[in-house]
Design a protein around this ligand. Structure first.
Ligand code: P6P
Length: 347
């Protein structure tokens, strides 16, 4: 645990000093974003008391019922970010098309994509949920025109910042600008995010797998082999792995970041491209995991190398400890199979 008392504002300012060309615009963007996250954290904590639970009875573009907190979180982020002059365009899980900067506000050189409230199906049961975000530079920084869909459809390796807030037993903000992964824990008594876990690294291999195994029968046979392999005891005691699954991606990935192992949302017969969205869910989480020394794959290659073709496109995802992700890729590509790797079940 880091003993220095460092607020996120001071941390951002210190990081900015490592970029001589920095104008401070990016730091001000992050300051505005942390304000939005503080407000969302407050409303999530009070949701049960202020009738923010439950549904709006509105169905979003994905055919999913919009929970009141989803709508609130989207609105809070939009109102915190639309007038700072840092962004030229946004995209959100809760908006079908581009989220434009109002014409009466100055536009900036950055692009932000976000899932305002990931895990919303868990809200009513008080299960951990989160906010996920990514920031890119616009493709042509000489422009001051409204951003375009091309500015949104950038591959994940071009993210200049990625992160998430996880509203769990405490509220934590995890982000990276490419200089490692830092975790800030919110202290509500002073209203500050304090640096609690600097430069987090994910273990090279874990002993936890995280997937909705209820879909086992719908998976590719090679993935079935991999998960069965994980559950089969090995002579060295490395297996069986434990299964942990919250059902909120940001929570499952946050645990994977700290404890290691692998989080998966694979393709299945009922979800041929998986369920999670590439641009504003998988890419930011993949950037965090990769910056912490892990890997993020769609089963054939690195997630961050994918060039998106649609704002809301989905992708299968396998992310976590590097050795675990490489191992599932070897199963999916037929390099390994359970028979070859089956150890004697002597325990
Ligand atoms: P399933 C939450 O609704 C979410 O979008 C992700 O946060 C989570 O990983 C996934 O869906 C859970 O989906 O099909 O396992 O219930």
């Amino acid at each position: 645990m880091d003993r220095r008392l460092v607020t996120i504002e001071r941390h951002i300012a210190e990081q900015q000093q490592q970029f001589p060309e920095a104008t401070g615009e990016f730091s001000r963007l992050l300051r505005d974003l942390t304000l939005a996250l503080r407000i969302i954290a407050r409303d999530v904590r009070r949701a049960g008391l202020t009738d923010l639970l439950g549904s709006t009875r509105v169905v979003n573009i994905h055919g999913e019922e919009v929970r009141k907190l989803d709508e609130l979180a989207h609105d809070v982020i939009f109102r915190a970010m639309d007038h700072g002059g840092h962004l030229c365009v946004m995209a959100s899980e809760e908006a079908e098309g581009l989220v434009h900067i109002p014409a009466n506000y100055r536009r900036g050189k950055y692009v932000m994509v976000f899932d305002p409230l990931d895990g919303s199906s868990n809200i009513d049961a008080n299960i951990t949920i989160g906010t996920i975000f990514s920031i890119y530079r616009r493709l042509d920084e000489s422009l001051d025109t409204p951003g375009t869909v091309e500015d949104i459809l950038q591959p994940g390796y071009r993210q200049v910042c990625a992160g998430y807030a996880v509203y769990g037993s405490s509220t934590q903000l995890v982000y990276t600008t490419g200089l490692g992964v830092d975790v800030f824990t919110f202290d509500p008594t002073i209203g500050e995010f304090l640096l609690s876990h600097p430069k987090v690294r994910i273990p090279p291999r874990g002993s936890i797998y995280s997937v909705n195994e209820g879909s086992f029968a719908l998976w590719d046979e090679r993935l079935q082999q991999y998960v069965t392999y994980l559950k089969t005891p090995s002579p060295d005691g490395r297996r069986p792995y434990s299964l942990r699954y919250v059902g909120t991606a940001v929570a499952d990935v946050h645990r994977t970041l700290f404890y290691g192992g692998i989080f998966m949302y694979p393709a299945s017969r009922s979800a041929p491209r998986g369920k999670l969205r590439l641009i504003y869910e998988v890419n930011p989480l993949a950037k965090i995991i990769t910056e912490a020394g892990g890997r993020a794959s769609d089963g054939t290659g690195n997630i961050l190398d994918i060039t998106p073709v649609d704002i809301h496109q989905r992708t299968p995802v396998f992310m976590g400890s590097a050795e675990d992700v490489t191992e599932v890729e070897q199963f999916l590509q037929g390099i390994h199979s359970f028979q070859q790797c089956a150890d004697v079940e002597s325990v």
